[in-house]
Design a protein around this ligand. Structure first.
Ligand SMILES: *Cc1c(COP(=O)(O)O)cnc(C)c1O
Length: 414
């Protein structure tokens, strides 16, 4: 085994050699990749052949500060040298302080730390189960349903997958976790119609990311808040992709003026270090008691140092304001560009740096073409290309992205 690995990695790293390693030893649960990336700086990454790309994929909305931000590098390096991991059998200061900072943004409550978006949502599903049991006077199994939205994405664990009403996610893994009911996104009336005595909670994304950047309307979010208040349900918001500043507010739901009962977050929180978290509103946090949930890795000093660096830079460099100010003209240029290429572009969706170029026809060939012109993006849903630059992106880099897309669209159909 090792001989084979050695033979293909000897000498200089090339995309072909790395592809051979993947071919031989890495599970084929992902499609083939175009190249191996070896280095990043700011909004740019380089592949093994030295080609440079403007990175508007950001590791799927993860690299909030771009690549190798000096303050993030220093924070992670410094914490790694001091104390990386201790388990949750001991307190560590970075975790306590990060929880306080997240509560400052979300409201009075408590935070549970984990390592991914799916785990954050698993926590929310467990919260819903505990709340349902509480509502039925301590009897389990009577009130346990969670209503989620059509076209949603909540992760790949059994809970996340069962919450995600998409054949391509669920196929092959039956039986799924029971207790999920689905209602039409942006249709509060349909959610109300799906409520029964078994319902414990509602779980929705503020902006459906994997689904192709579809925003919950403020009216929908407010109506859901009202519905949950009236029926005694938890309003749980999945901010794993749209949260942590991507839309110009720390949480995307803030523009609706609501307070959820629980929030799942992950992707952008660690700026490239795996950090997941779930916030629970005061009053519901006590449903969890010692021993009721846990994780070995969640909230390590190292993970929390990475998240502190993200929030530090966000605050010190006014990144939320910058997203709000710079995204307007950028989105306008994207719209104008769409009008110049009406045969290939159907429009633009989204806000801030959580934006989709909606294509006419299959977007995948265009993702390839954009990459060939030096811009990394990712498909969203069946009709769109997601553009998710780092929050630190410079105005001229946003302009460059428009120029690249313009050029790519102009040099021939997919
Ligand atoms: C990515 C994503 C998840 C899953 O997060 P992982 O870290 O991949 O487990 C859950 N919900 C939403 C909205 C996401 O975008």
């Amino acid at each position: 085994m090792t001989t084979k690995a050695k033979s293909v990695t000897s000498g200089k790293v090339t995309s072909a050699k790395v592809a051979a390693l993947y071919d031989a030893h890495v599970l084929k649960n992902y499609g083939p990749a175009p190249c191996a990336l070896v280095r990043g700086e700011g909004s740019y990454v380089w592949d093994a052949e030295g080609r440079c790309y403007l990175d508007f994929l950001s590791g799927i909305a993860v690299n909030t500060l771009g690549h190798a931000h000096p303050r993030w590098v220093a924070a992670v390096g410094g914490q790694a040298a001091a104390l990386a991991h201790v388990s949750n059998l001991f307190h560590n200061e970075p975790q306590g302080r990060l929880a306080a900072r997240l509560c400052e943004r979300a409201g009075p409550g408590c935070v549970f730390f984990c390592n991914s978006g799916a785990e954050a949502n698993e926590f929310l599903i467990k919260l819903a189960r505990l709340w349902g049991r509480e509502r039925s006077g301590g009897r389990g199994g009577e009130c346990f349903e969670v209503i989620t939205a059509t076209n949603a994405f909540h992760g790949r664990t059994f809970g996340g997958m069962s919450a995600t009403p998409q054949k391509k996610v669920q196929e092959g893994f039956a039986p799924l976790l029971p207790g999920f009911v689905h209602a039409a996104f942006n249709d509060a009336g349909d959610f109300a119609a799906k409520v029964s005595g078994r319902t414990a909670a509602v779980l929705v994304e503020t902006i459906q990311g994997e689904g192709g950047i579809h925003e919950a309307t403020t009216e929908f979010l407010r109506d859901l808040r009202k519905l949950c208040d009236e029926k005694g349900l938890l309003l749980m918001i999945d901010e794993v992709q749209c949260g942590i500043g991507r839309t110009g507010t720390f949480f995307a739901y803030e523009r609706a003026g609501i307070t959820p009962d629980a929030i799942g977050m992950a992707k952008g929180l660690g700026g490239g270090f795996p950090v997941g978290a779930a916030w629970v509103r005061s009053g519901y946090d006590e449903l969890f008691t010692p021993g009721s949930h846990g994780t070995t890795f969640g909230g390590t000093p190292l993970a929390c140092a990475a998240a502190h660096a993200v929030i530090d830079v966000m605050e010190d460099e006014n990144l939320l304001d910058r997203v709000q100010v710079q995204s307007g003209p950028w989105i306008e240029s994207l719209r104008a560009l769409g009008e110049r290429h009406p045969d290939s572009v159907a429009g633009v969706r989204g806000r801030g740096y959580h934006v989709a170029l909606v294509m006419k026809g299959d977007p995948l060939p265009w993702v390839t073409r954009f990459r060939e012109h030096g811009l990394l993006t990712v498909r969203g849903g069946t009709d769109a290309i997601r553009l998710m630059p780092p929050l630190t992106v410079a105005a001229n880099e946003l302009e460059t992205s428009v120029d690249i897309i313009d050029l790519a669209l102009g040099t021939g159909g997919a």
